[in-house]
Design a protein around this ligand. Structure first.
Ligand SMILES: *Cc1c(COP(=O)(O)O)cnc(C)c1O
Length: 227
């Protein structure tokens, strides 16, 4: 299947998952993760109508950011080293991988220098796998409170990566837990606004993630492919 065909197929699966869970289609945004493909394919994806583009490395993503930012929203979804933050702030309006205080401090510093506000999602290691980055659920509340001191960081939600499972149904508890954590933060009114976003679900498990409340799904291999 070509790119257009895959985009159409994924879209109908997203729609079906929304229907199953009584959700509105417009509440789920697809982030096309272009890290495995050429600039040309990434451009094609935007031409076809992908409005959100995800990348996980700097400087590997530089030419895509330069070419695509006028037409798509750029999301930084990978582990972010503090020394790279100066390149990300001002280029990527969203960072999905805020996972430690030292990173928050650097984002704040660069955001002040560039006179920007950064939309951030807190990455949570729900599954507890050692190989995964993210704040542990036990520490999330305190971490979120500590972020209040950073006036240029706009926390908009939570992000997680589920373990890869042959049977995607097995990821459901991870997604459900992330939603509960978001609802808990809202209930406790940690932030002066409600946080609405849940960035969860990848090529293998996005339908389960939608059923559990995902607002951003991050799709690489199944959507734009691998080259
Ligand atoms: C690569 C990547 C994805 C997309 O992975 P696929 O399984 O190819 O859809 C999603 N999220 C993050 C953080 C990634 O690094």
């Amino acid at each position: 299947m070509d790119l257009k065909g895959r985009v159409r197929e994924i879209d109908s699966r997203v729609q079906a998952a929304c229907n199953r869970s009584n959700r509105k289609r417009e509440d789920v945004e697809i982030i096309a993760v272009t890290k495995y493909v050429s600039l040309k394919t990434a451009k094609d994806a935007v031409e076809i109508g992908c409005k959100h583009i995800g990348e996980n490395r700097w400087p590997d993503s530089e030419e895509k950011v330069n070419a695509l930012s006028a037409k798509a929203q750029m999301h930084f979804i990978g582990h972010l080293q503090s020394k790279k933050v100066k390149h990300i702030v001002g280029r990527f309006p969203y960072v999905h991988s805020l996972d430690r205080m030292s990173l928050a401090e650097e984002i704040e510093k660069q955001a002040i220098l560039k006179d920007r506000y950064m939309n951030c999602l807190i990455q949570v290691n729900v599954s507890g796998e050692e190989s995964k980055y993210g704040i542990s659920p036990d520490e999330l509340f305190k971490f979120a409170e500590n972020l209040l001191q950073f006036k240029h960081i706009n926390v908009i939600g939570l992000m997680t990566m589920a373990p890869f499972e042959e049977d995607p149904e097995k990821t459901r508890p991870v997604f459900r837990e992330l939603r509960k954590l978001r609802d808990y933060l809202n209930e406790k009114q940690i932030f002066d606004h409600k946080i609405s976003h849940l960035s969860m679900g990848m090529s293998n498990d996005f339908e389960i993630a939608i059923e559990e409340g995902a607002t951003f799904i991050r799709l690489g291999s199944k959507l734009v492919g691998k080259e």
